[in-house]
Every structure is written in structure tokens, then in C-alpha cells.
Ligand binder design. Sequence first.
Ligand SMILES: C[S@@+](CC[C@H](N)C(=O)[O-])C[C@H]1O[C@@H](n2cnc3c(N)ncnc32)[C@H](O)[C@@H]1O
Length: 156
Amino acid sequence: MAVEHDKIGIWSEVKLAIIKKYAAAYTTVMEAQRRDRFPRMRWFYIDAYAGSGHHVSKTRGDLVEGSPLIALNTKPAFHEYHFIDSDTGRAAELRKEAGDRDDVFTYSENCNTVLLSKVFPRADYSQYKRALCLLDPYNIDLTWEVIATAGTARFD
Ligand SMILES: C[S@@+](CC[C@H](N)C(=O)[O-])C[C@H]1O[C@@H](n2cnc3c(N)ncnc32)[C@H](O)[C@@H]1O
């Protein structure tokens, strides 16, 4: 059964526009650093509250790309994408979007556990791995441990 898309207002659309610009600026800077200084540099996109990939605009009624699809379409590209949504239907939608790409990892789990156990350890700063991590919950269910770990790991 298809998931019901969230209906989003103008502020969420503005948020998505900011994410789009920020992600493209981020990968452009990383690409320049890789080219000029650190050939081993790799950068990941982590979306801890990813959603299904699409929303419906309250103002126009049309489909709007959510943050995971914005990331997948960002140029220059990220080297890995980590999408987390605790809702199994939404995670299944994201898996469909990714198809058989081996650079996309989708988790249907609580981000507070999977970020610490599986995702953050892949972005090892000493191995020239970097990550843009989006934390976009409906409410405040993010643990302090996640924020502290991300901060200590020198995530962007
Ligand atoms: C605000 S929506 C995400 C919107 C998305 N970032 C975007 O901009 O397109 C929040 C999502 O977080 C998911 N969610 C809620 N609690 C979660 C948790 N503890 N871990 C992972 N996902 C969670 C919900 O199922 C929902 O799809």
C-alpha cells in the first residue's frame, strides 16, 4: 500500500529550498578540496528523519521533492547516502526511489540508535570521510548523545 504523503506548508518549502542550496554549496566546496588538497576525501549525506521522499504542497497541491530526493539530485554528488526513517512504509518508498544503487543505504529504524551504531562510524574523519547530516524531526525526540557524538566527530 502506498504511503500517504505529508502535506507541507510554505515554511517547509522554504526549508527544502535552503537544503537544496546548502547541499550544492557543500558538495561544491568538498569537490574543490578533494581536487586541490585531499584526493582521498569522500563525503556522505545523512538524513536522520528522511520522510518518504515526497510531500504534497498545501498551497499548490502538487508533489514536492523531500530532502532525500534533493540530496540524490545534488551535483556534484555525494559518495554515499544514508536515509533513516522509523516508519517502515516511508523507508520502503525510499528504497524504491534508490532502486539498486549501491551508494544508497536505507534504514527503517530509530535514528537515535542507528546513527550511533552504523552510520556515524562510516564517516571517519581521520580517513578523510565527511558528512552533511540533516536532523529534521517532527518534535524533539533526538537524544543528546547523538548531538554530542556528531559534534565530537567534527561532522558538518
Ligand atoms: C519532518 S518529517 C521529515 C521530512 C524530510 N526531512 C524532508 O524535509 O523531506 C520527519 C520524519 O521522521 C520520521 N521519524 C520520526 N521519529 C523518528 C525516529 N526516531 N527515527 C527516524 N525517523 C523518525 C517520521 O516517520 C517522518 O517521516
